[in-house]
Design a binder for this molecule. Structure first.
Ligand code: MGD
Ligand code: MGD
Ligand code: SF4
Length: 758
């Protein structure tokens, strides 16, 4: 199939409605190719298909229009609770992602050394037979757990969930868990016995006060969150932003607290001190729905704003005043659970502190607070019992989803002999903890790795260690759409069709109004690519797992699942691609039963579970390491038009923002003798160096930290537009701090100095 010349320039892209950040929400208009005088919608029959966007893990529902096998236009699905007819700039860039000429086009097997990137194209049969033979050998030699599977993006289910559980490896992991939100989920389970879930349950419509701790709505351009924030803000809701950086959302805030990085738990404890000592909490809610209030009161009695001021670098009066603003608006006042929360290695306790404040404010289960998410009813496709229970977690983990009781990384899922992982309470498998055993063989060797939709060398800290592991493995399989850097290290490369070209698993979303969204192909697969469900099934059949894959086509699979909700693909399509169900968001919807699934069936301000496991039962402030002299703490985050490290090569998004900048405090820049716009290198505490990066000298960041958008400085020439543009934060994250409760990898413990040799 020929590539489409979309002729989208930055100007036409922006005028079609996709702009950057909060201002970027707009209905989508034609992304059509100009082709003579005939507009795309008069060129042939318009096919309409339903899908969910995969340009980021938020997965907004979309409606796709194509003509003659060419995708022409993507709109937000107006029925979808996430998109509500709108898309962000990245969603608009989806068509450009589809048509990226650098895409992987055919299955390949390695023809040179690992890492060299020399491959020969092979047939699907040869590639799959080879993988099946290799993993069967591994299983026979060392057991099913010697195969690890990493997965992200929306096809992850077929490999990290279905295939891994059927095969019998507990070593399946998602970067969206231990490199993103595992502390948030673990803290939620410990404190109130529920998962936060994929969609943070802030009850925006009636919310009156929003507090954000290091969550930067606007750079974090999740479509729905930006829409909700804009509505809440325009209605005069109060906004408190705690961030060492004057982020986009700080610019809209009533209070910006430029906190010293790593000290948030001290601030949160001082806020609790004010709420409790001044009697500004919801006393009847606390009496009805919490345990441990007396212990908490005693715990924070001396942790005054004055105590926190010296730690956090914030004025005591500002700490006191913001606590009072939160309390004045209770229960329609919440601290939003963060998303990327693996910061310093003590993150579960920090998240617990935020939840304790939300409980003091009486926010859970109250209109304008935090509603109770509910998963939609939808039966699984029938299958024989799995060999292991799922434990991979991640952004898409929804409440009710089973998490393995067995600890990963032990023969057949048993805890490792040296007990090292016994410290993890119950979290999902920590991806970064599976890398050492690939090298050391301790407690046993992981010999094979399937990398599905995970940007291994751009997402996981300590890249030199990952490369060592890639050299040591007996089998590396990369399943991707683009020739990302790690693909060069694979023995076999399987090119997937993009989300526009395939059926996929139903997206069953735990929400205030639970719902199910569908994905169907708008066009046939381009090149010699295939969907993940097909690959997992073909591999499964080759290794004797036929019983788990007893359907012939994706339509058959999807229709069978949809039958459990009295629907099928045709009906769902006819209804606009979304099935809605009723939620039970507030206490009054629940009857007598407690929604809190903790041992006490209450919100546990004091956690006996933590005490029994040898951890602090209430959050304690622990100082984190300071930057050495001459170094800054390295902070990183999102850019509005890019997703992680996967869209830098997407033509229209690359055109909008092709290289990242280093936010450096203006006074610090003067001291360094560096001018705004000058290129510098960064060197970290271990001597790792970045590529050149342009300085943005600004008063919008504290002078003890620098900030850079994640995902740039790509090293592979195969990504022709992203190659060598900007600098990589991952290259500078040679170490991380392990959160012993959740297994999360705190990446903000790296420091950099400026090097002026460009
Ligand atoms: P991406 O760069 O989005 O990040 O970690 P990843 O999910 O690994 O990589 C997605 C990969 O999927 C890319 O290789 C892309 O080419 C591929 N892909 C895209 N579409 C498809 C598809 O349809 N099929 C297949 N098979 N592959 C596809 C994200 C993770 O990173 C997260 S969630 C967080 S919050 C952390 N953020 C972060 C950070 O900010 N800085 C640093 N340094 N590391 C981080 N790691 C974590
Ligand atoms: P980060 O992008 O890491 O996480 O979005 P967020 O959860 O908002 O944002 C980090 C913020 O924390 C920065 O503003 C930084 O200055 C601040 N910060 C750094 N250190 C500290 C500290 O010690 N204390 C405090 N209080 N603040 C600190 C991540 C989210 O974004 C995720 S996980 C996903 S899956 C989505 N990815 C994504 C994307 O890739 N691109 C875009 N455009 N939007 C996205 N939205 C989502
Ligand atoms: Fe797509 Fe943007 Fe929605 Fe993410 S937030 S799913 S990129 S439209």
């Amino acid at each position: 199939m020929a590539l489409v010349d979309l002729k989208i320039t930055r100007r036409t892209f922006l005028t079609t409605g996709a702009t950057v950040g909060i201002a970027g929400l707009a209905p989508s208009y034609a992304l059509a190719a100009e082709n003579g005088d005939t507009p795309w919608y008069r060129r042939g029959r318009i096919e309409t298909t339903y899908n969910y966007c995969d340009m980021c893990p938020w997965r907004c529902g979309i409606v796709v229009r194509s003509v003659d096998g060419v995708v022409q236009k993507v709109d937000g699905n107006p029925l979808d609770p996430k998109s509500r007819g709108m898309l962000c700039a990245r969603g608009q860039g989806g068509v450009s992602f589809l048509n990226d000429p650098d895409r992987l086009q055919a299955p390949m097997m390695r023809a040179g050394e690992r890492g060299e990137g020399r491959f020969e194209e092979v047939t699907w049969e040869r590639a799959l037979d080879f993988i099946a033979g290799k993993i069967n050998d591994i299983k026979e030699r060392s057991g099913p757990e010697a195969l690890a599977i990493f997965g992200h993006t929306s096809g992850e289910y077929w490999f990290t969930d279905l295939f891994a559980q059927a095969w019998g490896t507990p070593n399946a992991a998602k970067p969206s868990s231990s490199l993103c939100l595992s502390p948030r989920e673990e803290a939620a389970q410990l404190t109130y016995g529920m998962a936060v879930g994929g969609h943070e349950p802030v009850d925006w419509d009636e919310l009156r006060c929003l507090t954000l701790i290091g969550s930067h709505i606007g750079e974090d351009t999740r479509n729905t969150v930006m829409q909700d924030f804009a509505t809440m803000w325009s209605k005069g809701g109060k906004v408190i932003v705690v961030d060492p950086r004057f982020s986009s959302v700080a610019a809209k805030a009533d209070y910006w607290l430029p906190i010293k990085p790593g000290t948030d738990t001290a601030l949160l404890l001082a806020w609790m001190n004010v709420l409790i000592t001044e009697g500004r909490y919801d006393a009847s809610y606390v009496a009805d729905w919490t345990v441990g209030f007396d212990e908490l009161s005693a715990h924070v009695a001396d942790l005054t704003p004055e105590w926190a001021a010296s730690i956090t670098d914030l004025p005591a009066e500002q700490i006191r005043e913001t606590a009072r603003v939160m309390a004045d608006n209770l229960p329609q006042s919440v601290i939003m659970p963060g998303r990327h929360v693996t910061w310093y290695g003590n993150d579960t306790q920090r998240l617990r502190a935020t939840y304790l404040i939300n409980a003091l404010l009486g926010a859970y289960g109250r209109p304008g607070g935090l509603y109770f998410n509910k998963s939609p009813f939808l039966e699984e496709y029938p299958h024989p019992p799995y060999a292991v229970a799922g434990s991979s977690g991640g952004c898409s983990a929804e409440p009710g989803e089973e998490v393995s009781d067995e600890l990963p990384l032990g023969p057949s899922g048993k805890a490792r002999a040296d007990g090292a992982r016994d410290t993890f309470l119950r979290g999902a498998t920590a991806l970064q903890e599976l890398i050492d055993p690939m090298i050391s063989g301790d407690p046993y060797r992981i010999e094979g790795l399937i990398v599905y939709g995970t940007n291994l060398l751009n997402s996981v800290p300590n890249k030199p260690r990952t490369i060592e592991a890639l050299k040591a493995l007996d089998l590396v399989v990369a399943i991707d759409v683009l020739p990302q850097e790690h693909v060069a290290w694979a023995d076999v490369v399987l090119p997937e069709s993009t989300f526009f070209e395939r059926y996929d698993q139903l997206w069953a979303v735990s929400h205030k109004t639970p719902y199910i969204a569908m994905r169907e192909p708008a066009i046939p697969p381009m090149y010699d690519t295939r969907p993940a469900w097909w690959m997992a099934r073909e591999l499964g059949i080759r290794v004797g797992l036929d019983a788990y894959f007893d359907w012939e086509t994706a339509e058959e699979y999807l229709d069978k699942r949809l039958r459990s909700v009295a629907s099928n693909l045709d009906d769902m399509r006819a209804e606009g691609g979304i099935i809605m169900q009723n939620g039970k968001p507030y206490f009054e919807d629940l009857g007598e039963s407690s929604p809190f699934r903790t041992p006490s069936e209450k919100i546990e301000l004091y956690s006996q579970q933590l005490a029994d496991a040898g951890f602090d039962p209430m959050p304690v402030y622990e100082a984190v390491e300071e930057p050495p002299a001459g170094f800054y703490r390295l902070l990183y985050g999102r850019h509005p038009v890019h997703t992680f490290a996967k869209t830098q090569n997407t033509p229209v998004l690359n055109e909008l923002y092709s290289e990242n900048e280093l936010w450096l405090n203006e006074d610090a820049a003067d001291d360094e003798g560096v001018a705004d716009g000058e290129y510098v290198l960064l060197e970290n505490q271990d001597g790792a160096r970045s590529g050149p990066i342009r300085v943005k000298a600004t008063q919008r960041i504290r002078s003890d930290a620098v900030f850079m958008p994640h995902g740039f400085g790509q090293k592979t020439k195969k990504l022709t537009r992203a190659y060598g543009r900007g600098a990589s934060d991952t290259e500078l994250q040679t170490r991380y701090a392990l959160d012993p409760i959740s297994g999360g990898a705190g990446m903000r413990i790296n420091f950099v100095k400026i090097v002026k040799e460009v």
